[in-house]
Design a protein around this ligand. Structure first.
Ligand code: FPP
Length: 236
């Protein structure tokens, strides 16, 4: 694969991904939805390795939203187990690749055993300096903003600037995503990183998440390279 990576100039510093289409991938094969999630976890692993190998600095994956608790219990448990298994089984790989793992979302609401594994993953990779991998778990963009507002209110402040506001988000020092990828042909943001996506380039593909591989990732990166980012200004 590496030999195919050409012209990777203008690499986005931060890529965010809405991994969508696992259920449909399974349905098309006449399989239960959880099979799609299992393949989806493999695709996530591939994307993480690829991002790390090509030198992307930040990768944020939307794994589980606050709304996803409304799915059947068996499906919820399956997705959470995939995440726990990923940390338990792939910690050595993360360390070997110098990947720093962190989670965003309302962590305090997670079941005890999940939280324990999440913390294990974060603590063990704390000193890594390569790819910064963020997994959004029990995440909602609106909830992140509300949590920030409540933190501000607790300080007794009455006025705040945009730059100050950032300091109250889950991970203040992280640059906003340059590129958002969403798979499966859905054209929505779905409550993901609402504050941070203000000027992000959006890339939508029909490919279902379990089929998203290095080649599809590259297509998104090449498409990004062709964009002209103006941040509301005009070209001089
Ligand atoms: C969306 O597809 C996918 C999810 C809600 C779960 C995503 C989780 C994973 C891929 C596992 C992550 C694992 C690691 C290691 C990061 P959907 O079920 O909404 O698909 P559908 O729209 O076709 O029904």
């Amino acid at each position: 694969m590496k030999k195919d990576i050409k012209n990777l100039i203008n690499l986005p510093e931060h890529v965010a991904i809405i991994m969508d289409g696992n259920g449909r991938w399974a349905k098309r094969r006449g399989l239960p939805r959880v099979f799609g999630h299992r393949e989806g976890a493999k695709a996530a692993e591939k994307a993480i390795t690829f991002a790390s190998d090509i030198g992307i600095k930040y990768l944020t994956l939307f794994a589980f939203s606050t709304e996803n608790w409304g799915r059947p219990e068996e499906e919820v448990n399956f997705i959470l187990k995939l995440l726990v298994d990923y940390i338990d089984n792939k910690l050595d790989n993360l360390l070997e690749k110098n990947i720093k793992l962190r989670f965003i979302g309302r962590k305090e609401e997670l079941p005890e055993n999940i939280l324990k594994t999440v913390k294990k993953g974060e603590e063990n990779t704390e000193n890594c300096t390569g790819l910064n991998l963020f997994i959004a778990l029990n995440y909602s963009g609106r909830a992140e903003i509300i949590d920030a507002v409540n933190k501000i209110l607790a300080t007794g402040r009455e006025k705040i600037t945009e730059e100050d506001f950032r300091n109250y988000l889950y991970y203040p020092g992280v640059p906003d995503p340059d590129l958002l990828i969403r798979t499966s042909g859905e054209l929505r943001i779905s409550n993901f990183l609402l504050w941070q996506l203000a000027y992000t380039e959006l890339y939508f593909t029909e490919v279902l998440w379990p089929d998203f591989n290095e080649e599809e990732f590259l297509k998104a990166l090449y498409d990004y390279q062709s964009r002209e980012r103006r941040f509301g200004r005009i070209k001089i």
